[in-house]
Design a protein around this ligand. Structure first.
Ligand SMILES: CSC[C@H]1O[C@H](OP(=O)(O)O)[C@H](O)[C@@H]1O
Ligand SMILES: Nc1ncnc2[nH]cnc12
Length: 293
C-alpha cells in the first residue's frame, strides 16, 4: 500500500491553512533550487497534509519568479501523492462572477521563459498532458464544496499567462472568444511538473474579477483581487478542511495514470542518460527506478 499524502499549494491570499494542528515546519533542500517557503506539515482531524505558499510568506515571489521545479520536487521528496493548487483568477464568463469557485479540468499555456520540465538533454521524457487534472481529486474538491455549501462549477479551461502585468483588453477579448473560462499566472508549469513528478494534481480556481473584457465593469486592479481573495480564502479553508477530513489514508490509483505518468514517457536509452541530470531526478524517478524501467 502507498500512503496518501495531500499537498496544498496556496496562491494569492492563501498563505496558511487555518485548522492545521500539530504543525511542523521543514526546509526541504532540492537540487532544483529554493522552494518558495518551508513546507508546513500538520493534521486536520486524522489526516496529515503539507502546505506550501507558492508566493512565499509575505507574497515575495512574482508568478514569473517562482521556482516551480523546486516546489514540486520538495513536495515529492516530502512524500506527497496528490496536490491541490489553490489559485486566484480572472473570469471570462458572466456566470462565473467574483466569489465563484471553478474545478477546472483544462489548462492553456501562454507562459514563456519558465523552466517547465524536470527533463531535457541527457534524459528526455514526454508525459501526456491530454487530461491535466486528476478526476478523483477534482471530484473530491466538488464534493467538499457541496458539503460546505460553497458555489462551485465543474470543469473549465484555465489559461495561464506570463504576467506579472494583467492582460490588455484585446488579449482578454481573445481569450473570451476562444472559450476559456478563467485566467491566472501560476497553474503552469506547476501542473506539468506535477505530472512529470507522478503526482495527481487539481486546481481550485477562485474567481476574483472579470479581467478587463467587460464593458460595464472596470478593468481589474490588484487591490480588487486582494479584497475578494480574503473572503475566497476563508471559503477555501473550509473546503480544504472538509476535503482532508474525507481524504483516504491509502493512495487511490489515478484512473488517468497521473501516478504512473513516466511508465512510457522516458525516451533516452538507459546507457545514454546523463548521470548529473539523473542525480537531480532522484526523487522524480524513484518509482520507475525501483521497478527497473
Ligand atoms: C495578486 S493578483 C495576481 C496573482 O494572483 C494569482 O495568484 P495565484 O495563482 O498564486 O493565486 C495570479 O496567478 C497572480 O499570480
Ligand atoms: N485577471 C487576472 N489575470 C491574471 N491573473 C489573475 N489572478 C487573479 N485575477 C487575474
Amino acid at each position: 500500500m502507498t500512503k496518501a499524502l495531500l499537498g496544498i499549494i496556496g496562491g494569492s491570499g492563501v498563505y496558511d491553512l487555518p485548522g492545521l494542528t500539530d504543525i511542523r515546519e521543514e526546509k526541504v533542500v532540492s537540487p532544483w533550487g529554493e522552494p518558495s517557503d518551508v513546507l508546513r506539515f500538520g493534521r486536520i482531524g486524522a489526516t496529515e497534509a503539507v502546505f506550501l505558499p507558492r508566493h512565499g510568506r509575505g507574497h515575495c515571489l512574482s508568478p514569473d519568479g517562482i521556482n516551480y521545479r523546486a516546489n514540486i520536487d520538495a513536495l515529492k521528496r516530502a512524500g506527497v501523492t496528490d496536490v491541490i493548487s489553490v489559485s486566484a483568477c480572472g473570469s471570462f464568463r458572466g456566470e462565473l462572477p467574483p466569489g465563484m469557485f471553478v474545478a477546472v479540468d483544462q489548462f492553456v499555456d501562454r507562459t514563456f521563459g519558465r523552466q517547465s520540465s524536470f527533463f531535457g538533454n541527457g534524459c528526455v521524457a514526454h508525459v501526456s498532458m491530454a487530461h491535466p487534472v486528476a478526476p478523483l481529486l477534482q471530484h473530491r474538491i466538488i464534493a467538499a464544496a457541496h458539503a460546505e455549501k460553497i458555489d462551485i462549477v465543474k470543469g473549465g479551461t484555465y489559461v495561464c499567462m506570463e504576467g506579472p502585468q494583467f492582460s490588455s483588453k484585446a488579449e482578454s477579448l481573445g481569450y473570451k472568444a476562444a472559450g476559456f473560462s478563467v485566467i491566472g499566472m501560476t497553474a503552469l508549469p506547476e501542473a506539468k511538473l506535477a505530472r512529470e513528478a507522478e503526482m495527481s494534481y487539481a486546481t481550485l480556481a477562485m474567481v476574483t474579477d472579470f479581467d478587463c473584457w467587460h464593458d460595464e465593469i472596470a478593468a481589474v486592479e490588484v487591490s480588487d483581487i486582494l479584497a475578494i481573495a480574503k473572503s475566497n480564502a476563508e471559503k477555501a479553508a473550509r473546503l480544504v478542511a472538509r476535503l482532508l477530513a474525507d481524504f483516504p489514508a491509502e493512495h487511490q490509483t489515478c484512473p488517468i495514470g497521473s501516478d504512473r505518468a513516466l511508465d512510457y514517457a522516458l525516451v533516452t536509452a538507459r546507457e545514454a542518460r546523463d548521470p548529473e541530470l539523473l542525480k537531480k531526478l532522484d526523487a522524480i524517478l524513484a518509482r520507475v527506478n525501483a521497478k527497473g524501467a
